[in-house]
Design a protein around this ligand. Structure first.
Ligand code: SAM
Length: 219
């Protein structure tokens, strides 16, 4: 279970992170801000980077992968418009930090990672922090999680040329999908797809970003 000590650890640094990196750049959703204040980001980065855990930057987590910059986590979470009863699918567990933030705002988070070595560490951190509403799986996230679908929110934290078709199909009506999508010139922008009916989807384009590539059968 989460200890009081863990919750309080480095809280002042998180408050500065939220004020200077997140609020200062226009994130206003009070639930998102509360989640960022709550989740101890330093527990999700490798030991040698813990002092940099609250810096305004992505950090290496091994295997050429990264934990995203705190602002990008906040930005994508705000765009997801999570509700307490939502079930969320994340593709690209990485450090587990984004899943942890989403888990404070939704009913359940299903998260998939292709790099096996991340799994044990992430499960251990979730357990230590008492985050019991996150389900982890190793596999190809471009296939989604059909047995648990449909999802009210889907978050892809790696960049691809298109939104994988299985994820489009696993989005509930009214659901939102957020993903960095790369255009012909190699520029990535965050795309939000909203399923407006059984057949129809709306698409909006947001911030330019730089994510590691999405790999897999439907990437
Ligand atoms: N959400 C992560 C966090 O909070 O630390 C950051 C994710 S990192 C930017 C992108 C992750 O996507 C990497 O860990 C990478 O291995 C993973 N990835 C890439 N393609 C994938 C796929 N098809 N299925 C599952 N994970 C994938």
């Amino acid at each position: 279970m989460v200890s009081l000590d863990t919750n309080l650890q480095r809280r002042p640094e998180r408050e500065i992170m939220v004020q200077e990196q997140i609020v200062a750049r226009g994130i206003r959703d009070s639930r998102v801000l509360a989640a960022l204040r709550d989740v101890p980001r330093h527990r999700f980065v490798p030991a040698q980077y813990q002092d940099a855990a609250y810096d305004d930057a992505p950090l290496p987590i091994g295997d050429g992968q990264t934990i995203s910059q705190p602002y990008i986590v906040a930005y994508m979470t705000e765009l997801l418009e999570l509700q307490p009863a939502d079930r969320v699918l994340e593709v690209g567990t990485g450090s587990g930090y984004q899943a942890a933030v989403a888990s404070r705002l939704a009913q359940e988070v299903y998260t998939i990672e292709r790099v096996e070595s991340f799994d044990a560490r992430v499960r251990e951190v979730f357990h230590e922090l008492g985050y019991t509403n996150i389900v982890c799986r190793i596999g190809d996230g471009t296939r989604g999680w059909p047995e648990a679908a449909p999802f009210e929110a889907i978050l892809v934290t790696a960049a691809g040329r298109r939104v994988p078709q299985p994820l489009v199909e696993q989005l509930a009506v009214g659901g939102r999908l957020i993903m960095p999508v790369e255009n012909d010139r190699g520029r990535q922008v965050i795309v939000r797809m909203t399923r407006t009916s059984e057949e129809d989807y709306a698409q909006e384009h947001f911030l330019a970003v730089a994510f590691v590539p999405l790999l897999g059968a439907f990437a």
